[in-house]
Design a protein. Structure first.
Ligand code: FAD
Length: 129
């Protein structure tokens, strides 16, 4: 049995878990998905909160509602990917061996990596989204 491990239950990880679950030969592949949080935040919905078009209940959902039951779901912080050993180390010490690893842990802005952006004027006349 081959093991597919997906890191992150954001939009990307959740969609991929559902897609793979439908298309793979499940007698040959197991899928595990890992995230530190039990809740999924529908980020585009954030924009509508200040206008009361959406309420918190519309955009914050239990992630288990979106992951197929036969996909193993683990709620824990990911500490380290150990590619030499084909394994992922979680904060609780658990190690998950993988054959195929999908990294879907999202992204963050890095204004300091763009020359001049984070200097004078940052959050005055230069902003991120
Ligand atoms: C206000 C707003 C409006 C937007 N509007 C649009 C739009 O109109 N159209 C559009 O296409 N996109 C829009 N986006 C962008 C879109 O929401 C994001 O691109 C998308 O949600 C990213 O999904 P993701 O799965 O890549 O990452 P994320 O949703 O960030 O998911 C990453 C997951 O990885 C987990 N994770 C990360 N590190 C660890 C760790 N060490 N241990 C355990 N878990 C970890 C996180 O907990 C998280 O659940 C908008 C975003 C915002 C904020």
């Amino acid at each position: 049995m081959k093991h597919i491990v997906i890191l992150g239950t954001g939009t990307a990880g959740t969609m991929l878990a559902n897609h793979l679950f439908r298309v793979i030969d499940r007698t040959r592949f197991d899928i595990t998905i890992v995230d530190q949080y039990a809740r999924h935040y529908y980020q585009p919905g954030f924009l509508f909160i200040p206008f009361a078009t959406y309420r918190e209940k519309d955009i914050v959902k239990n992630i288990k509602n979106f992951i197929p039951e036969k996909v193993n779901s683990i709620q824990e912080k990911i500490e380290q990917i150990q590619p030499a050993a084909n394994q992922v180390l979680l904060k609780n010490g658990m190690k998950i061996a993988y054959d195929i690893l999908v990294i879907a842990t999202g992204c963050k802005t890095a204004p300091h990596e763009i020359e001049g952006l984070a200097g004078k004027g940052w959050y005055d006349n230069a902003f991120d989204f």
